[in-house]
Design a protein around this ligand. Structure first.
Ligand SMILES: N[C@@H](CCC(=O)N[C@@H](CS)C(=O)NCC(=O)O)C(=O)O
Length: 217
C-alpha cells in the first residue's frame, strides 16, 4: 500500500514520524511541505506536519503519534512501537504525552519566540517554558535512572517522541551536567541508526535554526 509522508527534513515532529518508518524499513514517498506541488494543506488545513497519506484509500493521518499508531498496526516492523501488554502500552502513551505536551511544546515556545519581531516577543512565556523544561529534565532524570529506553525494555513510540524533543530542547535550554541520566539517554537516542539518519539528513538546514545552531551533535 503506497504511503506518502508530507514532512520537512529539519522538522522535529517530522523526525518523530520518520524514525518508526526507518525502524521498520517501511517504504514511503517523501514529499516536502515546501514543494509547491504538494497537497499537504488541502489534505490537512490545520497546516501542521507531518501528515501521512495512504494513497489507495486516501486515508489522511496528521499528528505524529497517530501516524505511529497506524504504522504499528498496518505496517509493523520487528520492534512494536506500542507494546501488546496493556500496562506498558499505557505507560508508553503517558511518556509520549510527557515528551510532546511539556518538553516539545516548551522548546517550540522558545524557538517560536525567536521568530517574532522584537516588540512582539513574549518574555514571560519563554521564562515559563524554560522553567517547564527544568521540571521535565528533573522528572526524566529520576525516571531514566533505571531505564535504557523510556518504557520497558524496547524502543517504542515514547522514544520516537523523546528523540526530537530532547535533541532540540538541549539546543535551546542545555541539559548540562545536572541531569546525567537525561544526557545519557539523549546520547543513546542519537546513536540509534534511525535517529542518526534523521539528524544527518537535517544537517544542511542547521543554518536556518532560529538563534543559531550549536556546533555539536
Ligand atoms: N501535534 C502535532 C504537532 C506538529 C507540529 O507542530 N509540527 C510543526 C513542525 S515540527 C509545524 O507544523 N509547524 C508549522 C507551524 O507551526 O506553522 C504532531 O504531533 O504532529
Amino acid at each position: 500500500m503506497a504511503l506518502t509522508l508530507y514532512y520537512h527534513p529539519f522538522s522535529s515532529y517530522s523526525w518523530k514520524a520518520l524514525i518508526p518508518l526507518y525502524e521498520a524499513g517501511t517504504p514511503f514517498a517523501p514529499c516536502r511541505i515546501d514543494d509547491p506541488q504538494n497537497e499537504w494543506k488541502r489534505r490537512w488545513p490545520i497546516a501542521r506536519f507531518p501528515v501521512l497519506v495512504e494513497e489507495a484509500s486516501g486515508l489522511t493521518l496528521p499528528e505524529a503519534s497517530i501516524i505511529i499508531e497506524y504504522l504499528d498496526s498496518h505496517h509493523p516492523g520487528p520492534q512494536p512501537m506500542l507494546p501488546s501488554n496493556p500496562d506498558l502500552r499505557l505507560e508508553v502513551r503517558l511518556l509520549d504525552r510527557f515528551f510532546d505536551n511539556y518538553l516539545h511544546a516548551s522548546l517550540q515556545k522558545i524557538v517560536g519566540d525567536r521568530l517574532r519581531a522584537a516588540e512582539r516577543r513574549d518574555g514571560q512565556g519563554v521564562d515559563e517554558a524554560r522553567a517547564m523544561l527544568d521540571t521535565c529534565y528533573a522528572w526524566l532524570e529520576a525516571h531514566m535512572a533505571d531505564h535504557e529506553w523510556a518504557v520497558g525494555d524496547g524502543f517504542t513510540l515514547a522514544d520516537c517522541a523523546a528523540a526530537p524533543a530532547l535533541f532540540y530542547a538541549d539546543w535551546v535550554h542545555p541539559i548540562g551536567d545536572a541531569y546525567p541520566n537525561v544526557a545519557a539517554y539523549r546520547a543513546r537516542l542519537l546513536a540509534r541508526p534511525s535517529v542518526k539518519r534523521v539528524v544527518d539528513d537535517a544537517r544542511p538546514f542547521r543554518v536556518l535554526f532560529p538563534g543559531g545552531a550549536p556546533n555539536r551533535d
